[in-house]
Ligand binder design. Sequence first.
Ligand code: HDD
Length: 690
Amino acid sequence: MADKPDAASDQKRGNAGELHQQAGGGHPPLTTNQGIPISDNQNSLRATPRGPTLLEDFILREKITHFDHERIPERIVHARGSAAHGFFELTASLAQYTTAKVLTEVGKKTPVFCRFSTVAGGAGSVDTPRDVRGFAVKFYTVEGNWDIVGNNIPVFFIQDALKFPDLIHSVKMEPDRGFPQAASAHDTFWDFISLMPESMHTVMWAMSDRTIPRSLRMIEGFGVNTFRLLDAEGKSTFVKFHWRPKLGLQSTVWDEAVKLAGADPDFHRRDLYEAIDAGDCPEWEFAVQLFSEEDAAKLPFDHLDPTKLIPEELIPLKVIGRMVLDRNPDNFFAETEQVAFCPSNIVPGIDFSNDPLLQGRLFSYLDTQLSRLGSPNFHQIPVNAPKCPFHNLQRDGHMQMGVPKGRVNYEPSSLQADSPRETASGFKSFAQPADDGKKGRIRAESFADHYSQARLFYRSQSDIEQAHMAAALVFELSKVQTEAVRERVVGHLVNIDPALAKRVADGMGMAQLPPAPAPAAPVTDMQPSPALQLIGKMKPILNGRVVGILVDDGSDGAAVESLRKAVEQAGAKVKIVAPKVGGAKLADGKPLAADGQLAGTPSIVFDAVALVLSDEAGKRLAKEAAAVDWVRDAFGHLKAIAADAGAQAVLHAAGVQADPGVLQAGNASGFVEAAKTRQWAREPKLRKLP
Ligand code: HDD
């Protein structure tokens, strides 16, 4: 029996090695981790051709052992994330307030790494659940790394870090059954929330369309906690950090978000990656709200309470820079997974406030990185290492990559002239006078008003947004099996806005409004803040978005081209969808390549759709579920639809009714205008919102 593992016998056996050899040359030699060249990556070492595998096979053992250890613990929260490299450019100096060079050297570009995430789901969960989005930015400044570890919502669910494990346990999969994944619509979350009046403001944000974004390129970011800026004299100014997307805010509609989870679980990750890959680099304005201790004292709430925001109308935003994300990571694990953000990473000239949530965060992140990355040397991983020089006397530990020279690893010392020393320009904390209060596990009374800002948020929304919030509450609470929990939540809504409570109660078929809990502090009516809206912050532009055009054999090529031209001129991309991935043969006999096959490319992944079909194709596709759903969903998701005469049969089969968002394919400019916004006026005709 021939048992020589050479190329000829491989070929006879149809072995992958031979096919691989044919696939091209010029590759570096494959080696083990010890650098030993490998001659056969297809067959483990066997005693005889059909005999047992030998323990001696160090190549097999090394490869399998490494594979077995490929996963590290996923983040306990924000496990699902997507990231990119880029830069921050300062456009206005804050030299009056801080010594931090990153905030004073106008025109300087500081490299950044930015990771977006959902909160509740595991690393392999989908991109589009209803959830807060993380927005974490690591600035590699010349004075060390500065991390703003924020969210796309300016407030948080809890006031004290001690409650964070409870909050997260409640929203994650229930511990006995292991579901639901990446969803807040279940008993434990709402049970916890119903017993936490302080969560009400953030819950209002979570039930708004902010938590079902269209794209990570179209979300705002907030540092949430209040920080300080310090000038050379040590004078402090409070600061809140904001990111505002150049593309404006865009959300999905709920039914679309749900369907996206199936159509493309990586919708946001793919969108970010493809945009950057195509050179369509997302950009954000960086803005600050600055206020003094005296300003803070005049605010009607406590700026140290992370469940409160400061309306822009009270303290305006000052734009001081921009961030552009222009490079995808080379390797997902090495960078996106191993990046370790810590709110405690700040640079001289910036300092913390006494926000009790922030104070707890300062401990938690460093601690979690130790367990996630497994070594106190995680700062040496390239994505985490500062890009400025860093020296200290910390030594050794697991996976030490540095090779420090010399005898001196202590301080004070006199034996080595180049050992690192303290520096006068080093980090200094704000010399805050101590309170004269008493030590204790105390919640400040100034934190007691849990409803006024929840009311402010709800009442600042447009009618459509209010309806969506009511619908989201009905959806979530309808998934809660425990009636008492549903009732407790509606009781809180009575304190926030009785009309909202009524809508939600009616939406659930609740016979009467449950009693409202007594508020710990009087609920006040604040001046509505339009800046809190999402629809108000949408820009009437098509930049950065994607239009799908459905074609089939016999389509009019000129009509497709004029639509494509108009859409691309408006800064959006066009994707051609056809029943077959090989494309279509146009009326003039020319082929048109497809970007996607109809059944695998539902209209859900587009911002607007057009159909250019021959009469014959239109009639055929009117009987094809994938085509009818394509149109029905686009209509239901309030998208602009352009269709030529041949496509009318499909529109008819999908039940599309005439409205200003349904246009003739020949009216390319009208279609582009309509595509810039959702057809909100269509919604009440399609679904009954509470
Ligand atoms: Fe947190 C991760 C944002 C409160 C404990 N958090 C994490 C990430 C973001 C935030 C964006 C993901 C970072 C990344 O992409 O790797 N977290 C926030 C915001 C908060 C907040 C805006 C409120 C203002 N977090 C918070 C509290 C605690 C934590 C109160 C604990 C006391 N957060 C963590 C963590 C994580 C984390 C467990 C998990 C993975 C990680 O840190 O690196 O330490």
